[in-house]
Design a binder for this molecule. Structure first.
Ligand code: PLP
Length: 401
């Protein structure tokens, strides 16, 4: 039975790619955008751009209102107490770098930071570099065969010197929800701070951040059908108070002299310089759009498509799936076939999938791989996209084998 997305027509980018003969199956890298977001971007620029928080003129007040309204919408979306707990960054990567610099003085030589073996470079390298700067130990939680963090080993590795746990909610390579409640409870029991990388998790179901009970939660707008250049960092009040300022410049300052200055608290104290105003307003429009959808219908459609993807891979010979993906994506290799060759032949046939190490080089290395192909789905994908993928895939394998 065909699985048609009732939302496909809301995404002009997907329709344009259709017209060009391109099948987009790389939404885990970045998503297409709804018309509502494009209208908001154009509307902001067409009605007169202005900087936020600075000017008392009408365009400035209008821009500030739209910008701050989005902060409130994000707080509602994440179901957290207050918009003051929401900081804008340029993306997940910048949010985690903010934390790695902002928390630096919380650590003493010999302290431990715990991550997992599946982390994206964005949630590995900032901590690795912090560990090098401060003489800390970086502990890496191993995975089980399905691709979940192994809880028994985690209980051993999250020890008394653990000061911070930073883990992904949903792996961008393995497509598995990680056992956050158990892991976060272990970190809490050690008095450690916790950071959840929601870059992938925030896209599939609404994250109930208070139920997670983490100190920080981060995601990127562009993966959640919003614009590029905007990231979100949620912090619990007491955790935000432990952050040191890290970027310095306009609007983050309370009072400045030539030789000294005092700084604003979060959120504005961590948003130095002109923020991505249009992008933030665009994210607000995306959230309005997403809020208007039936979450059960979206989840049902995504699950049905994902099942179709897994079933199609399962009936073909020589496919090695990475882990046991649960949602939205599947990464795999094919026996005797180089992933880059496969991706090349898929691309020649108008299929846009991702190949390579997926910014998780240590994970791929630990699986003995230099690369893998990843097919990832958005709410606008149809079963016809997967039909086109599988027929191109079969043709490519015929040529390569
Ligand atoms: C799990 C995960 N974390 C972090 C990132 C980094 O996101 P960004 O490039 O938007 O900063 C990504 C992007 O692919 C990701 O999948």
């Amino acid at each position: 039975m065909p699985l048609n997305s009732p939302w496909r027509a809301d995404f002009p980018g997907i329709l344009a790619l259709d017209a060009e003969g391109q099948t987009y199956l790389d939404s885990a890298a970045t998503s297409q955008k709804p018309q509502a977001m494009l209208d908001a971007l154009l509307g902001y620029y067409m009605s007169g751009a202005a900087n936020v928080h600075r000017a008392q003129h009408v365009p400035g007040e209008r821009a500030t209102w739209a910008f701050e309204t989005t902060r409130s919408k994000i707080a509602q979306w994440l179901q957290v107490e207050s918009p003051t707990q929401i900081l804008f960054t340029r993306g997940t990567t910048e949010a985690i770098n903010l934390l790695a610099y902002g928390l630096e003085t919380q650590f003493h030589p010999g302290d431990e930071i715990v991550i997992s073996a599946l982390e994206h470079h964005a949630n590995l390298l900032p901590w690795q570099q912090l560990a090098q700067r401060r003489g800390l130990h970086l502990r890496v939680l191993p995975l089980n065969a399905a691709g979940s963090i192994d809880l028994e080993q985690a209980a051993q590795l999250i020890g008394p010197r653990c000061r911070l746990l930073a883990i992904s909610q949903l792996s961008n390579v393995l497509g598995r929800w990680q056992p956050l409640p158990e892991l976060l409870a272990m970190a809490r029991a050690r008095g450690a701070l916790s950071v959840v990388d929601g870059a992938q998790g925030a896209v599939h179901g609404r994250p109930a951040v208070p139920a997670l009970d983490c100190d920080f939660y981060v995601f990127s707008a562009h993966k959640l059908y919003g614009p590029e250049g905007v990231g979100v960092l949620y912090g619990r009040d007491d955790a935000l108070q432990r952050l040191q300022h890290w970027q310095f410049g306009g609007e983050m300052v309370q009072a400045a002299d030539y030789h000294a200055a005092t700084f604003r608290p979060a959120p504005l104290g961590f948003e130095a310089g002109t923020p991505p105003i249009a992008g933030v307003i665009g994210l607000g429009a995306t959230l309005d759009y997403l809020t208007s959808l039936d979450p059960a219908a979206v989840a049902g459609h995504e699950a049905a498509l994902h099942n179709k993807l897994l079933a199609g891979l399962a009936v073909r010979d020589g496919i090695r799936l990475l882990g046991e993906p649960q949602v939205a994506l599947a990464s795999f290799t094919v026996d005797g076939v180089h992933s880059a060759d496969l991706a090349h032949l898929l691309s020649d046939q108008g299929i846009a999938v991702r190949t390579g190490h997926h910014c998780a080089m240590p994970l791929l290395k630990s699986l003995g791989l230099s690369g893998a192909v990843r097919v990832s789905l958005g709410l606008y994908n149809d079963s016809s996209d997967l039909d086109r993928f599988f027929s191109a895939f079969d043709r490519a394998l015929e040529l390569l084998r």
